[in-house]
Design a protein around this ligand. Structure first.
Ligand SMILES: [Zn+2]
Length: 596
């Protein structure tokens, strides 16, 4: 087949057929129904844009039209012919490199320095890289070389073209130029009119209302940043002042990534904007503060918890993002195996007693607790939580935040909470003897109590309670069960590869002599080259059997209790993690990192 010179619906359909992605029937269907489909698509995009108060689209590409047919790729078992797949096929046909744009790998400077925004938007091109003076430019139309030549000549640039989908290109143009425009405008405006050193002074003089509206560039820079973090499903945003610049980092699936460097003089105004949104004290910079922001993203309410700490070069801000889709899950989609899930469900259906969730910070305890409370929540049940601080505000629960500053601690609240007639009480964390005693008291008076402890495994929690001074007979009388948990990264399904465990690896996990196959992600565009996508929970669920309870004494020995728990059928975190690895859900490296 000869390569076309121009992109039309017909020749793109032919090309896809020729490359074996669609059948001849599908190809002719595209050709006959394509025009009507294009008009429909155009109309719906226009009205969608109008609804959001945005400019409409200028044109629809043949890639978008064909992608909108939602065709299954021939012989692929469930893979669809997306805009990306079509673009990739087209790139191969015209012998151009294909690039799935990863926004996290782009530099703000490269994207925005070489191509003016209107030109980039009009021609759907974006600069994505710079090596040894050669600029890599992603284009959506492979046949429009003239545009890039024009740009190269006008700006005296050495340009290499790669093909990317229009959707990706436009997304980058919106996010990066938007952020850059805001930052640049804030920079120039503030250095000209307002001395940034005095910006705080200005905040104080003008009052909060006026600053919010007057400093619109800072406002939109922060908005873009939040939007971008939601899009990437980041769990945390860190804004860190360094000596010469300010560094923005995101945590994605538990791992930190550098995102942007912003000029140092903008650090303070951006932090101030965030503090203002979180209703913090703007003038207070020497003491840590906490606050929260309610944001709406794709019509989903997202809660942000903001904390500031003074560090060597200024104030550092960490914004934790509470995505309800992550924090509130169905208990059966969290990673439990059936036996453990059935046990846990039997715990939480009890009318009273204490259930403990243990694990280090970041092991998903909050998700487990919130998801559990939500599954228990109904009009007939009064759920009260005592948290320090409240993680995510949920209307269905009555949440009480600890306020140490005014002397309202866990113990004060817990002493009074029983008068609020609760059925289920969630205590954020048992840290001291008083809290432990209050939890026991609540359980003894007929309440179901859920709480967390900072221990590594389930059995250690019993020793920890004894250490806190809870008498052993009260532990036996009130404790229903304990779960210990961790999160491990899941292997990216798009690039997973099988391999055999080495001899040493088998030894390390004590898996015996038999060869074992495991999986690993090679790294692909879907997982940003990390080989992982999303996370899953690993659970160890300890049931308080009568036999086990009888052995909890003041002098109980951890090792003895462990043996007993195993005999009762306890599957340890390590065993559960190894099972996830052998099933291909996670990697050897994750299991080692978790158990190491
Ligand atoms: Zn992958």
């Amino acid at each position: 087949m000869t390569v076309p010179r121009r992109l039309t619906l017909e020749n793109l359909a032919q090309l896809l057929e020729h490359r074996g992605l669609i059948t001849p029937q599908q190809s002719s269907e595209i050709t006959t129904k394509g025009k009507a489909q294009e008009s429909r698509l155009f109309a719906s995009l226009q009205s969608g844009a109008a609804r959001r108060g945005q400019h409409g689209v200028d044109s629809i590409t043949p890639m978008e039209v064909i992608a909108s047919f939602n065709l299954e790729i021939k012989g692929s078992a469930g893979k669809y012919l997306t805009e990306d797949a079509i673009t990739e096929a087209l790139a191969a046909a015209v012998s151009m490199p294909y690039l799935k744009i990863d926004p996290l790998k782009l530099s703000l400077d490269v994207v925005t320095a070489h191509i003016p925004r209107p030109f980039a938007l009009k021609n759907q091109i974006v600069a994505v890289g710079e090596t040894d003076g050669v600029i890599t430019v992603a284009v959506a139309d492979p046949f429009n070389a003239a545009i890039v030549n024009e740009l190269a000549e006008a700006r005296r640039l050495d340009i290499r073209r790669v093909l990317s989908s229009k959707g990706d290109i436009l997304k980058i143009l919106r996010e990066f130029y938007g952020f850059r425009a805001s930052v640049v405008a804030a920079e120039s405006e503030s250095s000209a009119a307002v001395d940034l050193g005095n910006l705080e002074q200005l905040f104080k003089l003008k009052g909060q209302q006026e600053v919010e509206s007057s400093d619109k560039h800072v406002v939109s820079a922060v908005d873009f940043l939040l939007q971008y973090a939601f899009d990437q499903r980041a769990s945390d945003i860190h804004i860190e002042p360094k000596r010469e610049k300010s560094l923005i980092r995101f945590r994605l699936d538990g791992v930190m990534h550098n995102i942007h460097n912003i000029p140092k003089q903008l650090h303070a105004p951006i932090i101030s904007r965030i503090k203002l949104m979180a209703r913090m004290d703007l003038a207070e910079k020497r003491r840590p503060q906490d606050g929260r922001i309610k944001a709406n993203f794709k019509s989903k309410d997202i809660e942000l918890r903001v904390s500031t700490v003074p560090v060597a070069f200024g104030e550092k801000v960490v914004i934790r993002i509470f995505d309800p889709d992550i924090l509130l899950q169905d208990l059966d989609s969290m990673g439990f195996y059936p036996r453990e899930l059935a046990l846990y469900n039997s715990f939480i259906r009890r009318p009273n007693g204490i259930i403990l969730v243990t694990g280090p910070t970041g092991s998903g305890k909050t998700t487990t607790l919130y998801s559990t409370l939500r599954s228990l929540s109904s009009p007939e049940v009064n759920i009260v939580t005592v948290e320090d601080p409240i993680e995510m505000v949920m209307e269905e629960f009555n949440q009480i935040g600890v306020q140490q500053a005014i002397g309202v601690g866990f113990d004060t609240i817990l002493r009074n909470i029983l008068r609020q007639d609760p059925d289920v009480i969630m205590i954020g964390e048992i840290r001291d003897r008083e809290t432990a005693e209050n939890a026991v008291q609540a359980a003894l008076t007929g309440h179901l109590v859920l709480s967390t402890l900072h221990t590594n495994d389930s059995v250690s929690s019993i020793v920890r309670l004894l250490d806190l001074g809870v008498p052993s007979f009260l532990i036996s009388a009130t404790l229903v069960g304990i779960i210990a948990q961790r999160l491990v990264r899941k292997i990216c399904p798009h690039c997973r590869q099988e391999r055999e465990l080495t001899h040493d690896e088998r030894d390390y996990l004590q898996l015996g002599r038999k060869p074992r196959m495991v999986w690993e992600g090679e790294g692909c565009k879907e997982c940003r080259g990390t080989g992982y996508k999303g996370r899953t929970g690993i659970f160890e669920v300890l049931e308080m059997t009568d036999r086990f309870k009888a052995r909890i004494t003041a002098s109980a020995d951890l090792a003895d209790l462990m043996v007993l728990a195993r005999e009762d059928g306890l599957v340890s975190l390590r065993q559960a993690a190894i099972r996830k690895m052998l099933e291909g859900a996670t990697t050897y490296a994750e299991v080692v990192a978790m158990t190491g």
